[in-house]
Design a protein around this ligand. Sequence first.
Ligand SMILES: C[S@@+](CC[C@H](N)C(=O)[O-])C[C@H]1O[C@@H](n2cnc3c(N)ncnc32)[C@H](O)[C@@H]1O
Length: 157
Amino acid sequence: MGAVTLTQVRANRSPFPVDLLSECESALLLYCAAFYGRNDCVWVEEAGLENVTAVDVDSEKLAVMRAIYPDTWKFVHADAYTYRGGTHDLVSADVFSNQSDRALGMLDHWCGMARKFVTIAVWKEPTVEIPAGWKRRDLMFRSSFLGGCYWYILERQ
Ligand SMILES: C[S@@+](CC[C@H](N)C(=O)[O-])C[C@H]1O[C@@H](n2cnc3c(N)ncnc32)[C@H](O)[C@@H]1O
């Protein structure tokens, strides 16, 4: 395969709650790299957000992404569980299925960095305590991978 392009990544994208993005000026996209952002980054790019930080531990894929996404975006090689980069309108955690429970156990952490919305990859409706000042907005179907993958969406009240 030749160089990865945004057109290729977009062609394979899975659904994202784009309605959130019209209310956002900044985004923190955690766990961003495995598919070069087909689950999240391409939607945020298409919505025109310029103030975006994308975090992953895969330095090779981050290098590819740096070359194809807008110059205003920051790509950070870091452990997303402990990364702290200020606040953003949207904080998204696109974890692998075996990390979903861990991510759901950190709602206080994600909501603490988000001004408006938090999105987390889940495989069933979560039964978790939602932080004070936040509420469940939606459970959005993404794909049938492993029986059904969804975005769990929280919004600030
Ligand atoms: C489901 S994939 C993300 C797919 C990505 N959002 C996309 O659309 O291409 C999960 C990602 O989590 C990353 N990852 C796993 N553990 C991590 C950690 N502790 N900190 C940051 N990234 C991590 C993996 O490298 C992988 O890119």
